[in-house]
Design a protein. Structure first.
Length: 179
């Protein structure tokens, strides 16, 4: 299976991971951060880092750690740019390509309490850059608001235009209301 190109490609060969595991840090450079900000519709990204511990098991590998970012977003209320920080925990399991296919064969029962199925190990590698981007996307607020800004809905009856039926309420000989 061929992997698609990633904005932040950081492959690690599972066969090269020692028995106790390996600590790996993924950090995006200025050019990568600018391209990622453009793709994620952000004003900018000052820092993007993934700190992971990769360990192997007989069925594949496990990646634990966190993704942190310092970014600049646009407020959906005021349209002002503001600084935000993101911290997302990561805990993923990976399985070799053939083993993930076996896991998905037949009927799949999904329970919200179950662990997610393992991600595939493609060509013996895990792309930790793609993991970093995935958890950046998961941590972004879909409707970011600048701190202290709130949306206020004006529901002022005095400013509303008169209803076309208001004249009926003022007509002569109208019976008194029974409320």
């Amino acid at each position: 299976m061929k992997q698609e190109p990633s904005l932040l490609r950081r492959d690690i060969a599972v066969a090269d991971v020692p028995r106790p595991g390996l600590d790996i840090e993924v950090e995006a450079n200025a050019q990568e951060r600018a391209e990622i900000a453009r793709c994620f519709n952000l004003v900018g990204i000052e820092a993007l880092c993934g700190k992971f511990h990769v360990s192997t098991a007989s069925r594949g590998a496990r990646v634990r750690g966190e993704v942190t970012a310092k970014l600049r977003q646009t407020c959906v209320v005021s349209l002002d740019a503001f600084d935000a920080e993101l911290k997302e925990p990561v805990d993923l399991s990976f399985a070799h390509e053939g083993k993930t296919a076996d896991l998905h064969a037949g009927q799949i029962d999904i329970s919200p309490n179950d662990e997610d199925p393992p991600e595939p190990i493609v060509d013996g590698k895990i792309d930790l850059g793609a993991v970093t981007l995935e958890f950046l996307a998961l941590g972004l607020d879909a409707h970011p608001r600048k701190p202290g800004v709130s949306f206020t809905h004006k529901n002022n009856a005095a400013e509303r235009p008169a209803s076309p039926f208001a004249v009926l309420a003022r007509r002569p000989g109208k019976p008194p209301s029974s409320s």
